[in-house]
Design a protein around this ligand. Structure first.
Ligand code: GDP
Ligand code: MG
Length: 440
């Protein structure tokens, strides 16, 4: 299965320090199979593997990760990127009513999603919503939407007997304008397969209604077939987004990747239950972990990242401590190093509390780092190693040289004293004791 495949990948690369074309070959084969098993369509898998290869080769491996884990990390990041990176919002910014057109095959979940979306928009966007059904071919379909309207509290457009979809659309638009609906969701008929007449009908509706969102609704369980459906709809209609339904089933999520790849449009929502509350904003990162089915591996990678940060922190602390007579040169070096690691507070997060307390007064941001380094650069070597000789006239000279005020020089010296105190504390506590604290 998937998980064992991925642990296989992780084992095959043990001992390599760099990902190369030859050492990732077997691993890529496993990842390829894993993606196919997750129902990602073959052409999509091919493109994806090619881009992974490009990204992975030459990628340096963190010391606490095996190369296999590193590769899986690359795959994970790339999956997220290819699914759009961040979540994307619904666009309703237009002259009301903002029309949302629902497109997709029969059974994809268009009608259900129309109801869910009405509820979501009323709750999250606080807008007045009208639900409109253009599905005249199945009498039950219009009634199905009417029931959903009742359950959500959205308004429902009353269709007259014998009205054609185009007539319904035009009349509903007029109705929505007169009743001040801000959003109008238009449910359409679907067929069991791609069908000329269906495409024709929905294209005409699109031209008439000029929707701000045309959402392609697709069943995640469709797996590989999702590609063909997505292609047909994306060719016929200017889609703006996708709703991926039935993710609560045992769908492996590969459809998400295929559909995004084919349409180039973001997946905006995921259907995660039959009930009306079962619609969620789509999160690419969650789907990426689902596709890889590798919660454990991701945990490992995060852990390795944390360990790597900790190693850096330990190195820095050792360096800090090694100078028995801690002077302003050390202080400057520390500042620069801390800056590299994301500032003092990031560093202190990795250290035991007694040290972070001592460091609380040493706030580091970019400006302060530059200023601090500038001031220290204006000092002579003697002044840097023996700060106690810094009296008023020297301070004035340094301030003028660094383009700062004497107060700022004083502030820096006060910070330096703080840091010196901290160094003494560490010496007293003993470096090994501190490092034990680090691990805890
Ligand atoms: P339409 O033909 O595209 O309008 O599809 P429907 O909205 O009628 O949905 C078809 C079936 O799928 C219904 O039984 C729905 O309850 C079900 N369905 C739709 N979305 C979801 C979902 O996100 N999760 C689950 N479990 N079922 C869903
Ligand atoms: Mg329907």
């Amino acid at each position: 299965n998937l998980t064992s495949r991925l642990s296989g990948v992780i084992k095959t690369l043990r001992g390599e320090t760099r990902l190369t074309e030859s050492n990732i070959q077997d691993a890529l084969r496993e990842i390829r199979l894993a993606l196919l098993e997750a129902d990602v369509a073959l052409p999509v898998v091919k493109d994806f593997i090619a881009s992974i290869k490009e990204k992975a080769i030459g990628h340096e491996v963190m010391s606490s990760l095996t190369p296999g884990q590193a590769l899986v990390g690359v795959v994970y990041q790339e999956l997220i990127a290819i699914m759009g990176g961040d979540k994307s919002d619904l666009n309703l910014a237009t002259v009301p009513p903002a029309v949302i057109l629902m497109a997709g095959l029969q059974g994809a979940g268009k009608t259900t999603s129309s109801g869910k979306l009405a509820k979501w928009i009323m709750e999250h966007k606080k807008k007045k919503v009208l639900l409109v059904s253009c599905d005249i071919y199945r009498p039950a379909a219009i009634h199905q939407l009417e029931l959903l309207a009742q359950q959500t509290g959205a308004d429902f457009f009353p269709v007259k007997d014998g009205q054609k979809p185009g007539e319904i659309g035009a009349a509903a638009l007029d109705f929505a304008r007169r009743h001040h609906h801000e959003v109008m969701i238009v449910d359409t008929a679907g067929r069991l397969g791609i069908d000329e007449a269906m495409m024709q009908e929905i294209s005409e509706l699109e031209a008439l209604l000029k929707p701000i969102e045309t959402l392609f609704v697709v069943d995640a369980m469709q797996g590989q077939d999702a590609v063909n459906t997505a292609k047909a709809f994306s060719d016929a209609l200017p889609l703006t987004g996708v709703i991926l339904t039935k993710l609560d089933g045992d769908a492996r999520g590969g459809a998400a990747l295929s559909v995004k790849h084919i349409t180039g449009k973001p997946i905006k929502f995921a259907g995660v239950a039959e009930k009306l509350t079962g619609l969620e904003i789509f999160h690419p990162d969650r789907m990426a972990s689902r596709i890889l089915g590798m919660g454990d591996v991701l945990g490992l990678i995060e852990e390795a990242q944390r360990n790597a940060d900790q190693e850096e922190a330990e190195k820095l602390m050792k360096k800090m401590k090694s100078g028995k007579s801690f002077d302003l040169n050390d202080f400057k070096a520390q500042f620069q190093q801390m800056h590299k690691m994301g500032g003092m507070s990031a560093l202190m997060d990795k250290l035991p509390t007694q040290f972070s307390q001592a460091a609380q007064n040493v706030k580091v941001d970019d400006k302060i780092i530059h200023r601090t380094v500038g001031i220290i650069n204006s000092m002579t070597q003697q002044e840097r190693t023996k700060p106690e000789i810094l009296k008023a006239s020297r301070k004035r000279r340094i301030a003028a040289g660094a383009g700062v005020t004497v107060q700022e020089v004083n502030r820096l010296l006060a910070q330096f004293e703080q840091a010196q105190k901290m160094m003494k504390m560490m010496n007293k506590g003993g470096i090994s004791k501190m490092m034990r604290g680090l691990k805890g």
